[in-house]
Design a protein around this ligand. Structure first.
Ligand code: FE
Length: 183
């Protein structure tokens, strides 16, 4: 039961994944695999694991280069990724992806020590993305469906920037992606 869509996802990760992840010392592929590994270890369901693996796919389907934030550009990769994924996946995958940047702005507003744990590149993009949320924005975010999943995904994202981390290969995570595909 192979599905062309799985092959497309895997090929995109393998081909575009060699690009550096912003200014961090990991590639896009390492970052995706580390995020998915953290989601799996955290007991995330198949949709959350798939979302973690695919959360930055928007970086891989645009043409703004490897480090748009360094050039002062917000690539809006979360919306690009959400639109790309929405052809094949339901909201349990696409909504955490769409909201993973907002979740950073949410956590910076609601957890006093969160900002201090951001990587320098993430601090720079935070400014381009609108900075920490206001109290009203944070309340609205919390009330949005899939907000909890988006916050969990954000924590995996932040933890997925370690040059020395070992992960399983893409193939290990494809069954989760397969289960998350819309029929
Ligand atoms: Fe990320």
């Amino acid at each position: 039961m192979t599905d062309e869509r799985l092959g497309t996802v895997a090929a995109l990760l393998e081909e575009k994944g060699s690009q550096q992840y912003g200014l961090d010392a990991v590639t896009q592929l390492q970052h995706a695999l580390q995020a998915a590994t953290l989601a799996e270890a955290d007991g995330g369901g198949h949709a959350l694991i798939a979302a973690a693996l695919l959360h930055d796919i928007g970086h891989m389907v645009h043409d703004l280069g490897e480090n748009p934030a360094g050039g002062g550009i917000d690539d809006r990769h979360e919306e690009v990724g959400q639109r790309w994924l929405a052809r094949w996946f339901g909201p349990a995958v696409t909504e955490p992806v769409r909201m993973h940047v907002a979740a950073k702005r949410f956590l910076c507003a609601t957890e006093p020590d969160y900002f201090a744990r951001l990587s320098p590149d993430s601090v720079r993009s935070l400014g381009l993305q609108g900075g920490p949320m206001s109290a009203d924005e944070a309340a609205a975010f919390r009330a949005t469906p899939h907000a909890d999943a988006a916050v969990r995904l954000r924590r995996y994202d932040e933890g997925a920037k370690r040059p020395d981390a070992q992960t399983p290969p893409v193939a290990h995570f494809l069954p989760y992606v397969a289960r998350s595909l819309a029929s």
